[in-house]
Design a protein around this ligand. Sequence first.
Ligand code: NAD
Length: 260
Amino acid sequence: LHSGKTALITGSTSGIGKAVAKALAKEGANVILNGLTKPGEDEKLVEEFKSEFGVDVGFSGADLTDPKAIEGLIGYAQRDFGGVDILVNNAGVQHVAPVDEFPVEKWNLIIALNLSAAFHTTRLVMGQMKEKGWGRIINTASAHALVASPYKSAYVAAKHGIAGLTKVVALEGAQHGVRCNAICPGYVHTPLVDAQIADTAKARGISEEEVKQNVLLAAQPTKEFVTVEQVGAMAVFLTSPAANQINGALMQMDGGWVAQ
Ligand code: NAD
């Protein structure tokens, strides 16, 4: 489906981003990976992708809370890969605390990473996509782009923000062959959720098992976690010709959570 194209997937050293990168590489896209890594981890990851998919693989450790680093990342994509055809804005973190105790630096971090970073990557690739007459932008939003939960003020604000950004970019790209959509997963079992289970247990004073059953999956009617492979498959679908008229959509993958 995508041979000769380049996909940039932010936050792809782990969890959902890594699975989306794999799904796109499997379709023949060259991929640029990004994320915060331990020393040596990035080389290992690049080798893993190269040998598994036989595509060109790049890596950038750009810290996406820094707009200058994002400019560097897009510059690298342009120089070494001839630009970005598929942009997946996925990097994100969570912090769980009541709003009256929410650490200001966590608020600023989450808004910068989960929302502003997507604005910066998008503003920097939109021109090339319009020129080429083809581009796909996928934002990893969340069920929390559509509904709220307590103790997640920054995350829910950022994800509602990314839903708005998705719609605006969809309208601006509509007649230029550019599509922009968001994927809104419910709970996906990844390292981010593992950390959240521990934090929520602390915030609510209950056990981690109770958090899983009574807090996380309580919202998800199927009582099952979404898998990262399912999100990867959705990303591939959104970049396929069948999805050509899907634009500005917030694709729910949440076992029925926001249907309630
Ligand atoms: P994860 O913790 O497994 O991965 C997060 C990725 O972001 C990693 O690659 C990490 O290195 C990268 N990252 C973190 N800080 C960064 C920074 N400053 N600069 C660059 N990269 C940075 O998380 P995940 O669960 O795979 O989440 C990925 C996305 O999916 C996030 O936007 C998250 O909000 C969203 N999401 C997750 C779930 C879930 O249940 N796991 C549900 C809905 C939405």
